[in-house]
Every structure is written in structure tokens, then in C-alpha cells.
Design a protein around this ligand. Structure first.
Ligand code: SF4
Length: 74
């Protein structure tokens, strides 16, 4: 499972990421990113990688997390 993550220390709140990927990133009232919960839709992965590479402070990245299975949720 791939999702977005932001380093809150490195992020300076430019808001560029939300402009480039509004489907997955909104901004809070101070201009800092609010990331969509959960897995990035497959069709957004390429753009998300590009947006992460565009972040001026390298605060945005894609991370891989283990998918939860029904067996472990029981
Ligand atoms: S582009 Fe980078 S520095 Fe700017 S708001 Fe997004 S994560 Fe933060």
C-alpha cells in the first residue's frame, strides 16, 4: 500500500503540493498540507511521485505500508 507522508518539520507550507495534486492534498488554514487518508489510488501514483520530487523542501514523500488483512483485524 502506498500513501503520502509529510515531514512536518521540513514542510514550510508553500502549498505547492496541494495545487499540483488536489485530489489527495488539501491545505489547512495555515497553508500546511492535509493528506488524504489511506492508499493512493493507482492512477495518482505517477503524479504523486512527481509532486513529491517537486516539493521545495523535500518534505513530501511516498511511503510503502503493509496492507491490513482481514485476519489481523479480527
Ligand atoms: S510543497 Fe512541500 S513544503 Fe510546500 S506545503 Fe507541500 S509538503 Fe510542504
Amino acid at each position: 500500500m502506498t500513501r503520502l507522508a509529510v515531514d512536518p518539520i521540513a514542510c514550510t507550507g508553500h502549498g505547492l503540493c496541494a495545487e499540483l495534486l488536489p485530489e489527495a492534498i488539501a491545505l489547512d488554514e495555515w497553508g500546511y498540507p492535509l493528506l488524504a487518508d489511506g492508499e493512493l489510488p493507482r492512477e495518482l501514483l505517477r503524479r504523486a511521485r512527481s509532486v513529491a520530487a517537486t516539493c521545495p523542501t523535500r518534505a513530501l514523500r511516498l511511503v510503502q505500508t503493509a496492507a491490513r488483512s482481514a485476519a489481523t483485524d479480527a
